[in-house]
Design a protein around this ligand. Structure first.
Ligand code: SF4
Ligand code: SF4
Length: 170
């Protein structure tokens, strides 16, 4: 029912670049609360129908921020010392922020996360469509339209729900 073929998504993102830019402008004029409500509903439906363990596209393309507590917890789970864990998997910024030091992520095995039950908060929260203030994240969300099947399908459903068509907005 929903499109999950990543090669089709990538092509659609190129074809619909202008369309999505217009749609973003249109959405930025909508009422925040009612838009959030609609996105929550669509996200619930689309997310339930898409199996992230068969995809892993975000794990192949995102820079993942990690907290100190997550480093400690995961190193313990993996039976490693936090220092060894950091040396192997983490890069630390000058400001003391941690990120996974490799894209695709070290913990991706095929299209599945090998530490799924212990994955980082940032991984759990992507693509952030369950959070309020969707309007404030339009640019970042649409940036992943051609990569994330959940985003792609929520955006396409949103166009239909709002009766928005590119041809009427050229
Ligand atoms: S920790 Fe798991 S879910 Fe997070 S980016 Fe790596 S492979 Fe993906
Ligand atoms: S969040 Fe999106 S890109 Fe990441 S695994 Fe799920 S469907 Fe794929």
């Amino acid at each position: 029912m929903y499109e999950t073929d990543l090669s089709i998504l990538a092509k659609e993102a190129l074809i619909k670049e202008e369309e999505n830019s217009r749609f973003r402008d249109y959405l930025s004029g909508k009422d925040q609360n009612s838009l959030d409500e609609l996105v929550f509903k669509l996200n619930e439906r689309v997310s339930a129908a898409i199996d992230c363990t068969l995809c892993g596209a975000c794990c192949r393309s995102l820079m993942i921020n990690v907290t100190g507590a997550e480093v400690k917890e995961l190193s313990r789970t993996l039976g490693m010392l936090p220092g060894d864990f950091k040396a192997k998997y983490i890069e630390e910024s000058a400001q003391g922020h941690f990120i996974i030091n490799q894209i695709p992520c070290h913990f991706l095995a095929g299209s599945k996360c090998s530490i799924y039950a212990n994955r980082f908060t940032e991984c759990r929260e992507f693509p952030h469509l369950h959070k309020p203030h969707f309007k404030n994240r339009l640019f970042g969300t649409l940036m992943h339209y051609g990569r994330c099947p959940i985003i792609y399908n929520v955006i396409e459903e949103l166009k239909k729900k709002l009766n928005w068509s590119f041809t009427e907005n050229i």
